[in-house]
Structures are given as structure tokens and as C-alpha cells.
Design a protein around this ligand. Structure first.
Ligand SMILES: [Zn+2]
Length: 222
């Protein structure tokens, strides 16, 4: 099939943090006297953001679990399901490979990955709301201390300060979907909408099973 006639559909919306959200930053960016567990920020503006790669990875992995595509790949001419890697089946009917790309599969005939997930930047509203935290030296975030309960003594030990953006923070969401001739546009959008719904039942970022990263996602296709 010839993959010509490129068009784009855009999903515009926002990600609203119903609980504090933590997407870890790299320690290399640490300043002396800074946090041990910083969140990811724009290096110049210091504004927190949600990397497109984190968001795309989460959308993809939830869709793979839902449709039983985790670990699918070709081995000696056989399609097998083993391990925890992303789907690399490259099959026409796969809900994941066409939209997100066939993992480590160079032989498929699906054309380029269709979905482009932009970095989700802090909304103007949240920028204003979190400005007072910046003046307190926190740079648009809060610090939450996590403990481990000692099972013998039933006491809290090893306090670890974790940085996160507070509940109520909003990020602007932008997804761009490439549509080539022969693509089933409604079906692709349906899968992406499904993945967005799954994130809202799951979580974004780290420590989700402990309450972090519960988000609401609003928006629609143009
Ligand atoms: Zn696949």
C-alpha cells in the first residue's frame, strides 16, 4: 500500500492533576544544596513539564496491556509473546504498532509512527498559581516526605523527601496524529481515546500506587 496523502488531526486539551504528580528529573541537573529527588523541569525557566516520551510510553503500555500485546515479537519467523518489551508485531490490525511504531521491527509495512506526543507544558493558569511557591525557593513544586514503616517496631523510618507538582496543577496537552491514505482514522482515534481513558484510571509518573499522579484529561480532536 502506498503511504501518501499526509494529513494531521490534533487532540488539544489539558491534564489536570487530581493528586500530586511526580516525574523524576535527572540528578545531573542537581544544584548544590538541591533536592535529592527532583522533578523534571525546563532547565532555563525551571517550569515543570510532562515529557512527551513519558506520556507516549504510558499511553502505549496501557493499550498493550488492554489488548494483550505486551512482549509480542518475531523470533525465527514466528510471532511469539515473551517478556515485557513493547509490541513489535508490526501487524496491520495491531492497535499499537501503527500508531506508536513497531518496537525493534524493521520489516513491517505500516509506514511511520502516526502519533506525535508533544511535551505537556505547565498551563498559564498554573504558572500564576504556583508562582508563590517559587518565591519560597521551591520552584513550582511541593516537597512530600515518604517513610518506610519498620515492621518490627511499627515506626516510620528513612524519611525521603520527594518533589512533586501539587494537586490542581494543569498542563497543556497536544497530540498530533498523522493520517496517511488507507488509514482508518476513526479507529486510530478510538484507540488513542481509549488509552487516554485508561491513564485516568491508572496514573502518570512515579509512585502511582501510593497516590501520586492521578490525573483527569480533558480535550478533543479538531
Ligand atoms: Zn503490534
Amino acid at each position: 500500500m502506498q503511504k501518501v496523502g499526509l494529513r494531521y488531526a490534533t487532540f488539544t486539551g489539558r491534564i489536570i492533576c487530581k493528586t500530586g504528580l511526580r516525574i523524576g528529573g535527572s540528578k545531573e541537573e542537581l544544584e548544590i544544596g538541591g533536592m535529592d529527588n527532583p522533578i523534571i523541569r525546563d532547565p532555563l525557566s525551571k517550569l515543570p513539564y510532562i515529557p512527551g516520551s513519558s506520556l507516549k510510553g504510558k499511553l502505549r503500555s496501557l493499550l498493550e496491556y488492554k489488548h494483550n500485546r505486551v512482549g509480542l515479537h518475531w523470533d525465527k519467523g514466528q510471532l511469539i509473546q515473551k517478556g515485557g518489551s513493547p509490541c513489535g508485531c508490526g501487524q496491520d490490525e495491531c492497535p499499537v504498532c501503527r500508531i506508536f511504531g513497531a518496537h525493534k521491527n524493521m520489516a513491517h509495512n505500516l509506514g511511520p509512527s502516526r502519533l506525535i506526543v508533544r511535551d505537556a507544558l505547565l498551563s498559564d493558569k498554573s504558572k500564576k498559581e504556583l508562582e508563590p511557591l517559587r518565591e519560597g525557593g521551591l520552584e513550582y513544586a511541593e516537597v512530600k516526605t515518604e517513610n518506610i514503616i519498620n515492621r518490627d517496631k511499627n515506626t516510620a523510618e528513612h524519611p525521603r523527601p520527594m518533589e512533586r507538582v501539587p494537586q490542581g496543577t494543569e498542563f497543556d496537552l497536544n497530540l498530533s496524529l498523522r493520517i496517511l491514505n488507507g488509514d482508518n482514522e476513526p479507529k486510530m482515534k478510538e484507540y488513542i481515546n481509549e488509552a487516554i481513558n485508561l491513564i485516568q484510571k491508572d496514573y502518570l509518573g512515579g509512585s502511582g500506587t501510593r497516590g501520586y499522579g492521578w490525573v483527569q484529561i480533558e480535550g478533543d480532536w479538531d
